[in-house]
Design a protein around this ligand. Structure first.
Ligand code: F0G
Length: 351
């Protein structure tokens, strides 16, 4: 009888819902904050991972989506639409099912991970593959929501940010205060905006004594905020953050500047190295985009920009099962053995 009730019920007084609001939830949030042993050793800091892949559809998007779909339902919408690199669409599709609504999703053709496509399909979303990138999809989704009776549930919808800010609340509730540094991947820049809002609210109300420095990391081939200009043809193996013109760009810069933080870039090679380290040394399997936070922390540590003794939280945003190709690629093929203990033991190096 004591299960986590989902972020709206847990943080109702801090979210824009009425007493009468009927909540659409899959009991998202309440995700593990896992001490990262190897990352702590490498940095001389106390590093924690906020494992958002443990959400119902496998990413942090569920926090925003419970709010967006609850609001859309309350306003009488019968259909929702989003542009997505895969996780938002998976989440929208699932929550629309809970609300008995129709979902439509626009994804960049050929550029979303198979697991995410499978989620949208199995939840019955109407899927359009757009001949363009995420930024084109978002332009199209916006114009459809302006012209037709369909509610936009991308993070340009402010209630999405409200839902996602609850991750910062959970971290402060667990640690007793905000960390010194919060690190996360940046794509469309909604999440860094949301965390910063959450941390500021808790500090303003005296629940946290301080706010963290916000460190965001973009993939080098998709780093418009780092470059200071739109990237026309963004590229990275981390398809979730393959975005050239983030919708929450100015909010991300505000989070960076107000917090005394930084937005920097990591290469695909650094992302994949962090991805493998997380899986093989911390036991946490994330999707490549999620590893950008950890890649960024390691890069900063190598450059001597991480003073030891600090408390650091890295958000790992999505589950590794969404995009398992990268786990299999380059790994040795498992060997086949007969049903024979001696032969198996020999292969395992036990004999
Ligand atoms: N990590 C993952 C796994 C994501 O799916 C995303 C964004 C991000 C990080 C970046 O978060 O956009 O708030 O800066 N995915 C969006 C989507 C764009 O459509 O699923 P952000």
């Amino acid at each position: 009888t004591h299960q986590w009730r989902g972020i709206i019920e847990e943080y109702r007084d801090r979210l824009p819902v009425k007493d009468t609001t009927e909540v659409v939830t899959l009991r998202e949030g309440g995700t593990p904050l896992v001490p990262a042993q190897v990352l702590s050793e490498r940095t001389g800091c106390e590093v924690h991972l906020k494992v958002e892949g443990a959400n119902p559809t496998g990413s942090f998007k569920d926090r925003g989506m419970t709010m967006a779909i609850t609001r859309a339902k309350e306003e009488g919408a019968q259909a929702v639409i989003c542009a997505s690199t895969g996780n938002t669409s998976a989440s929208a599709a699932a929550y629309a099912v809970r609300a008995r609504m129709v979902s439509a999703v626009l994804v960049p053709q050929g550029k979303i991970a198979l697991g995410k496509m499978g989620q949208a399909l199995v939840h019955g979303a109407k899927i359009l593959q757009v001949d363009g990138n995420f930024d084109d999809c978002l332009t199209l989704a916006r114009s459809l929501s302006e012209k037709y009776p369909v509610a936009l549930v991308n993070s340009v919808n402010p209630v999405r940010i409200e839902g996602q800010k609850t991750a910062a609340f959970e971290i402060v509730d667990m640690l007793g205060d905000a960390p010194d540094i919060h690190v996360l991947p940046v794509g469309n820049a909604g999440n860094i905006t949301a965390y910063w809002k959450g941390y500021k609210e808790y500090a303003a109300d005296g629940i946290a004594a301080r706010t963290p420095r916000m460190w965001g990391f973009q993939a080098s081939g998709s780093a418009p905020i780092v470059r200071g200009e739109v990237v026309k043809d963004p590229s990275t193996i981390a398809t979730a953050i393959r975005i050239g013109n983030p919708a929450s760009w100015s909010f991300a810069e505000a989070a960076r500047d107000e917090s005394g933080g930084a937005i920097d870039e990591v290469t695909d090679r650094q992302i994949l190295a962090a991805y493998r380290l997380l899986a093989s040394q911390e036991g946490v399997f994330v999707e490549p985009a999620s590893a950008a936070s950890v890649a960024g922390l390691l890069k900063a540590a190598e450059e001597g920009r991480v003073d030891p003794g600090q408390k650091i939280v890295c958000t790992v945003t999505g589950n590794g099962l969404k995009d398992p190709d990268w786990a299999v690629a380059g790994a040795p093929q498992p060997v086949t053995v007969p049903v024979d203990a001696d032969a198996a033991a020999e292969r395992l190096g036990l004999a």
